[in-house]
Design a protein around this ligand. Structure first.
Ligand code: ADP
Ligand code: AMP
Length: 212
């Protein structure tokens, strides 16, 4: 049983690492951002509500997100553990985890400076079909603009424009960074220098989880 929260600014590499961890640990990768983007694509009431916040780089209201995560964690595949990526993002969301009686094993903070975040996010490309993540220079696909795994044309996320990225960073420092102290006080925070290569960061995570 491994219940992990991935913390860190947008672009720190939470999704990249969580995909690897989910595979290695055999637990589901729960990305609230991915869930919201799916809702936007499908045009559900949740998607329609979330879209304006996401495009502006702001946060979707706590009650909406908390309800979404609560439903997801109640599903059978979460019985053996899970990896939360992008949640909690506010103190109210973290308190909701406690109130639900969910015991977290590790909060892994991926630490990267803001300047690196801007480079990583403005160059990020994603596969709209299988969700694979790339970067135009830092981890490019074999053929420019095409997913290595499924051959689909890669896209740029609407909120990865530099102006929106800067707003997301402001929101991170204001609303999410306080969670570092919140989890430090509970003895759950494990900080990893996330400026290294994807492999090095992954090694740092395995050292923490003891799953190497
Ligand atoms: P997050 O989920 O924290 O927003 P992502 O995992 O989507 O971040 O990573 C953001 C971008 O940075 C992606 O383009 C990804 O390919 C790239 N990236 C992730 N980890 C690293 C790393 N250790 N070194 C260089 N680039 C990275
Ligand atoms: P991400 O894919 O984690 O970068 O999330 C993309 C966007 O989805 C964020 O900028 C928010 O608008 C929204 N979002 C994702 N997770 C949350 C959350 N836990 N609370 C509020 N908004 C969220």
């Amino acid at each position: 049983m491994l219940r992990i929260i991935m913390l860190g600014p947008p672009g720190a590499g939470k999704g990249t690492q969580a995909k690897r961890m989910a595979q290695k640990f055999g637990i589901p990768h729960i990305s609230t951002g991915d869930m919201l983007r799916a809702a936007v694509r499908e045009g559900t009431p949740l998607g329609l509500k979330a879209q304006e916040y996401m495009n502006a780089g702001g946060l979707v209201p706590d009650d909406v997100i908390i309800g979404l995560v609560r439903e997801r964690l109640a599903q059978k595949d979460c019985e053996k553990g899970f990896l939360l990526d992008g949640f909690p993002r506010t103190v109210a969301q973290a308190e909701a985890v406690d109130e639900a009686g969910i015991a977290i094993d590790h909060v892994i903070e991926l630490a990267v400076p803001d300047d690196d975040v801007v480079v990583r996010l403005t160059g990020r490309r994603i596969c709209p079909n299988c969700g694979a993540l790339y970067h135009v220079t830092l981890s490019p696909p074999k053929q420019a603009g095409v997913c290595d795994k499924c051959g689909t044309a890669l896209i740029t996320r609407d909120d990865d424009k530099e102006e929106t990225v800067r707003n997301r960073l402001r929101v991170y420092h204001q609303s999410t960074a306080p969670l570092v102290a919140f989890y430090e006080a509970k003895g759950l925070l494990r900080r990893v220098d996330a400026t290294g290569s994807v492999d090095d960061v992954f090694k740092g995570i395995l050292d923490i989880t003891g799953e190497a």
